[in-house]
Design a protein around this ligand. Structure first.
Ligand SMILES: NC(=O)c1ccc[n+]([C@@H]2O[C@H](COP(=O)([O-])OP(=O)(O)OC[C@H]3O[C@@H](n4cnc5c(N)ncnc54)[C@H](O)[C@@H]3O)[C@@H](O)[C@H]2O)c1
Ligand SMILES: O=C(O)C(=O)C[C@@H](O)[C@H](O)[C@H](O)COP(=O)(O)O
Ligand SMILES: [Zn+2]
Length: 375
């Protein structure tokens, strides 16, 4: 399928509906001072449930969430807290969570509330997709990255040492409820991780979303609620439109992987000790360089300016480039017919004009990776 070459020019509102072929449409609600009891009650009837959170978010926000859910009639049998950070997207932690739900007696008509960043959302989503062959999932994203990207669209899963997100499923949530007040406790560096995915989607979308990046990235870093809400809603609207057109990534959805071919290689090579947003930031710089070489437009400085405004690094510590390429060999965009030393990238013909499936050789990829390593 050809990529969407047009920009989205839909003015932001307070919630977005995500429609896919596989599941009932669901709301992504983005509000300050969100009434969680009311939001959840409007989306699904109360019943048996568990909450998954992590060791940073749980102590800050779990009591209020459990209280709101109990007030709406939910019976929370278990609050499972996993260690904060990417290593929790592992088979070992997945097993621990499944066994906690089984020990608590959560039934097949139960619901899992994933309260946290992208790690809790991806892990919790994969648990919900597989526990008793599938229970309901509600995403309660607390990081900016989770609000703009990971809680929406149904990709859930785990990492392997061999590569990022190599185990997973598609499971659309019943509801995504984002309370902007949760962002008040998010560390500055984590806020910038989310802005990396915002910059990605603004560049892919073009139009008024791209124009707004210049105006609103600065205020968003200062936690201006209106700037954050605007950038979140732009991102969710853009992602929802792509997911509605191609839920299972048969073609178009691959554009959401812009910057991720190199990013995922860097993350795996670093043993997942590199934040996803920072990896995506430099991955986009590598892709912008390749776009200039292979398709023409020189957008490298545009990328650098936006990433700087978002508080993101323009390079990462020197690493073993062959290990990065090795992990990229397991990128899910590759096909068995591609052959060794061939990669598929999402590149740009211009702002708002992504192209997916562009073949890149090992030597081209090696040079692009070299250009984003600290000297
Ligand atoms: N499924 C998807 O479509 C999709 C999309 C983008 C990224 N992802 C995945 O998301 C993950 C990255 O997500 P992330 O950046 O949210 O990482 P994360 O979940 O590790 O959260 C980052 C850190 O911020 C903390 N945190 C989160 N919310 C907080 C809050 N309100 N207050 C204080 N601390 C808070 C967390 O405890 C953690 O330490 C990666 O695994 C990435 O692969 C998935
Ligand atoms: O939702 C998508 O599709 C994306 O590609 C969004 C990405 O930001 C995200 O990091 C996703 O987890 C990558 O998925 P993968 O299929 O490359 O593992
Ligand atoms: Zn991502």
């Amino acid at each position: 399928m050809a990529p969407d070459r047009g920009g989205l020019r839909v003015p932001p509102a307070g919630s977005v509906t995500v429609g896919t072929g596989s599941a009932a449409p669901y709301e992504v609600r983005v509000e300050s001072d969100l009434d969680l009891s009311a939001a959840v009650s409007e989306a699904l009837p109360p019943g048996a449930a568990a909450v998954l959170t992590d060791s940073s978010v749980g102590p800050l926000h779990a009591d209020a969430v459990v209280g709101a859910l109990a007030g709406a009639g939910w019976e929370i049998s278990e609050v499972v807290t996993v260690p904060a950070g990417e290593p929790s997207k592992s088979l070992a932690v997945y097993e621990t969570v499944l066994r906690r739900l089984a020990a608590a007696g959560l039934s097949r008509d139960g619901t899992l509330f994933a309260l946290g960043g992208g790690v809790v959302g991806d892990l919790g989503g994969f648990v919900a997709s597989s526990y008793m062959r599938g229970i309901y999932l509600v995403q309660l994203p607390t990081s900016l990255l989770a609000m703009v990207d990971s809680s929406v669209g149904g990709k859930v899963g785990l990492d392997l040492p061999e590569g990022k997100n190599l185990v997973g499923a598609f499971l659309q949530p019943r509801l995504v409820a984002a309370n902007l007040d949760w962002l008040l406790t998010l560390p500055d560096r984590e806020l910038s991780q989310g802005l990396a995915e915002v910059v990605k989607m603004g560049i892919l979308s073009g139009g008024s979303f791209f124009d707004d990046l210049h105006e609103y990235l600065g205020p968003a870093r200062e936690r201006d609620a209106e700037a954050l809400r605007r950038l979140i809603l732009h991102s969710v609207r853009y992602k929802a439109a792509v997911v509605a057109a191609d839920e299972r990534e048969r073609g178009l959805r691959a554009v959401l992987n812009y910057g991720h071919t190199v990013a995922h290689g860097l993350e795996a090579a670093a043993g997942y000790d590199l934040p996803h947003g920072e990896a995506v930031a430099v991955g986009m710089l590598a892709a912008a360089r390749l776009s200039h070489e292979k398709l023409g437009p020189d957008l490298v400085e545009v990328h650098r300016d936006l990433l700087r405004a978002a508080g993101l690094p323009l390079s990462v510590p020197a690493t073993d480039v062959e290990a990065v390429l090795n992990a990229m060999g397991r990128d899910k965009k590759r096909r068995s017919s591609d052959g060794e030393g061939r990669y598929r990238f999402v590149l740009l013909e211009g702002i708002g004009r992504p192209v997916h499936g562009v073949p890149v050789t090992a030597s081209e990829a090696r040079a692009a990776i070299g250009s984003i390593l600290e000297r």
